[in-house]
Design a protein around this ligand. Structure first.
Ligand SMILES: [Zn+2]
Ligand SMILES: [Zn+2]
Length: 135
């Protein structure tokens, strides 16, 4: 795959990413559930340099369960969560894209599930993915 595009629900935030994700994961932590208003969030990990974004995201400084600061970036107009950033991600030069915002989600294949201990019980967890109770 070459370029992927995505954006928030209202379209004020648009982005493009080059190349394939380094990893794709699902997070079942309670904070992701709350932010998404859903059962989970899908995270595609990309090198920071691969991302070009237009529009102004608002940042909510969250405290991860592990104690790490989590910068949850969302569209101030429609509320779509678009990016997640952490000090660790900055150090590793990667960025987390909330992959549900990609325009084409057909080839997403999460290989790791984080925080399965807070996964909602009606969600089937795939047997061929790495399942981690926490992160
Ligand atoms: Zn929006
Ligand atoms: Zn999470």
């Amino acid at each position: 795959m070459s370029n992927r595009t995505g954006g928030c629900l209202c379209g004020n935030i648009r982005y493009e990413v080059d190349g394939d994700p380094v990893a794709t994961a699902v997070c079942h932590c309670r904070n992701c559930q709350k932010q998404a208003g859903s059962a989970l969030s899908i995270i595609a990990v990309f090198p920071r340099a691969a991302l070009t974004l237009s529009g102004d995201l608002k940042v909510f400084e969250d405290q991860g369960t592990s104690g790490q600061t989590v910068y949850r970036q969302f569209c101030p107009e429609c509320g779509s969560p678009v990016l997640t950033d952490t000090p660790g991600a900055r150090e590793a030069d990667i960025i987390f894209i909330k992959a549900g915002t990609l325009d084409d989600v057909s080839d997403l294949k999460p290989t790791t599930h984080y925080w399965t201990k807070s996964a909602q019980p009606w969600i089937p967890l795939p047997g061929d993915a790495e399942l981690l109770e926490q992160e």
